[in-house]
Design a protein around this ligand. Structure first.
Ligand SMILES: Cc1cc2nc3c(=O)[nH]c(=O)nc-3n(C[C@H](O)[C@H](O)[C@H](O)COP(=O)(O)OP(=O)(O)OC[C@H]3O[C@@H](n4cnc5c(N)ncnc54)[C@H](O)[C@@H]3O)c2cc1C
Length: 293
């Protein structure tokens, strides 16, 4: 690996100052499961590496009346294992976290690192978009909030400028009778990226007979996670029956834009989008049912 300067700020202010001075030649490191590999294989050669891991104020998870806050250092394994999160209405994040990589990777990886890496097959991005997550971003004189969905520009590309740090994610509380779930399809059961990853958020009426709102997010079948908006609008305001769910799943297929690659052909991925959307809608309905008890 090339030589670089390693810096270890202990506050967000200090990290911002260092990052501002380092500019384009500096890179942020959280869990390092992406960045260290990129550096090892020469894909990235930063002059400065700013290790965020010692910034305690970014290491938290807070469940509140008005929603959930996740600090930028909250790890994937924390989300997988946290009892309060698993028992909360945001339990889709625990489930999705448990599908990422291996326990070793999850112990290091952060959720915010998953977002900032912007991989098309990232496991946490579809559920975060389905939940309406927003990122708090701080930079030199900049403090802004961006929807996770709006952050994604393409594979590995986000709206983040050099000098900008995501400090936390915030997720608004979910209305009553809402369920959210994530389905990952991959050839191997672990240590494999998604061939298709689908997250669905579904809000129903109190009888669970009509859909009030729906968000369907398709991962690994386009350059970024895709909202299947036509499929969503088919469901919204309509009766929830098998025919309607089938139609929504078929419509989502037309909204996906998969490519052929080593993990699966575009043809196969499209077939799997239909299966995964159907399955994820059913799982989200089950979540609503559990919440009603
Ligand atoms: C063996 C292996 C298996 C994997 N399997 C999967 C998988 O199944 N599913 C999946 O989705 N991913 C997988 N990954 C990818 C990776 O583990 C995740 O993307 C992880 O969540 C990245 O988090 P991190 O904290 O390690 O990021 P890092 O490597 O530290 O950073 C990733 C990128 O985000 C930037 N960044 C980090 N934090 C911030 C911040 N606060 N503000 C601004 N920018 C920031 C960094 O500069 C870097 O560009 C795997 C990786 C490995 C090595």
């Amino acid at each position: 690996m090339h030589d670089f300067e390693y810096l270890r700020p202990e506050t967000i202010e200090e990290a911002m100052r260092i990052y501002k001075n380092g500019g384009k030649e500096a890179r942020l490191l959280a869990g390092g499961t992406e960045l260290v590999n990129e550096m090892r294989f020469g894909k990235s050669r930063p002059e400065q590496v700013i290790d965020l891991k010692h910034i305690r104020e970014m290491d938290f998870m807070e469940l509140r009346e008005d929603g959930l806050r996740l600090g930028a250092l909250y790890r994937v394994r924390d989300a997988e294992c946290s009892e309060p999160l698993r028992m909360s209405r945001f339990n889709v994040l625990s489930h999705a976290a448990g599908t990422l990589g291996s326990p070793q990777v999850r112990n290091k990886a952060t959720i915010v690192g998953n977002v900032c890496r912007a991989s098309p097959s990232a496991d946490l991005i579809p559920p975060l978009i389905a939940l309406g997550a927003r990122a708090k971003i701080k930079g030199d004189g900049v403090e802004k909030v961006a929807a996770v969905q709006e952050m994604m520009l393409g594979p590995g590309k986000t709206i983040l400028e050099p000098g900008e740090i995501v400090t936390e994610l915030e997720i608004p509380n979910l209305p009553d009778y809402t369920g959210c779930s994530y389905c990952k399809l991959s050839p191997r059961k672990s240590l494999d990226l998604a061939v298709v990853g689908v997250a669905v958020m579904l809000q129903t009426d109190s009888n669970m007979s009509r859909c009030i709102d729906a968000r369907i997010v398709l991962g690994a079948v386009g350059p970024t996670a895709i909202r299947a908006r036509k499929a969503e609008s088919l469901l919204r305001g309509r009766g929830l029956n098998e025919d309607m769910i089938e139609e929504a799943a078929r419509t989502a297929v037309d909204e996906s834009k998969p490519l052929d690659d080593v993990r699966g052909s575009a043809w196969y991925r499209k077939k799997m989008v239909e299966v995964a959307v159907r399955r994820t809608i059913a799982n989200s309905l089950e979540q609503v049912r559990i919440g009603r008890r």
